[in-house]
Design a protein around this ligand. Sequence first.
Ligand SMILES: [Zn+2]
Length: 327
Amino acid sequence: MQYMVGIDVGGTNIVCGLVNERYELVGKLKRPTEAALGVDHVLDKIANMIGELFVQFEADRTRLLAVGAGIPGFIDPERGVSIFASNLKWHNVDVSGRLNAKVGVPVFIDNDVRMYVYGEAMSGAGRGAGVVHGVTIGTGLAAATVVQGELYYGSGFMAGELGHIAIPGETTPCGCGLTGCLETVVSATGIVRQAKQALERGRESLLRGPYERGELSAADVSQAYDEGDALAIEIMEYTGQVLGTGLSYSISLLSPDVIVIGGGGAMAGDRLLKPVRETLSRSVYHGYLERLTIRQGELIDDGGVIGSAAFAKSRAEKLRQTGEGII
Ligand SMILES: [Zn+2]
């Protein structure tokens, strides 16, 4: 049995998982990232966690094939460099090279969303499908596409910024510098913003309680939806329609077999997917829809770790076959 270690490097926590060659998670460890203590501190911590995984879960360290790490922000996966990660304060960090020197096996990195979608494509809701398009809905919205087991990058590794297409009629400033981007509506942040704006205009709603306590969340909107709250239903309907419009572009360009919805937004389930499907039935050529399945992610918590491990396995095998690749 060979092993990979998959790592999800977040702004708050690092999760390291020991994954076997069947993409099963053997065990995982979670530690605070402590990015403020510097890149060396974070990379040393990851190297120590990798060592601990093999001790704690009683696996043979000599069977470690490769390490994969999903990192937020802009990544050059060919060179293994984190170009810019705002919440880690990383600029041009040679993660693959520096971590390889500490752990002695090839290290492959990519953007955290691409790693998650790769995990769903290889071992989750998209397994067995040829073209898998994945969308994660959290504080923002991002997307990635796996074509026959390979991530599609586009020029400059930029493919998948679906969150930043302009939605007609929307004017909210976006973190990217544009206004009215899709993720200003379709995200936990966007759902809460829509609710707050309606409440500030005086709308009556079950959401007023959590709003006045200063703790209104997207989960509250889901709960109010289930209780028949008119404002919550309107927000979910509109958010689903906007997501449907975004996906209609993806579908026409990519003709995916499966669309996987991941991130915290996947928890909204049919509250969001029902208006998505209605929008698609009106705005996409039926030939696409006959082939297409839209599913919630299966690997919500572990997708980043399993995806990073699967990505590392794929890259390491390619490196072994061709002598090309990273490290
Ligand atoms: Zn934007």
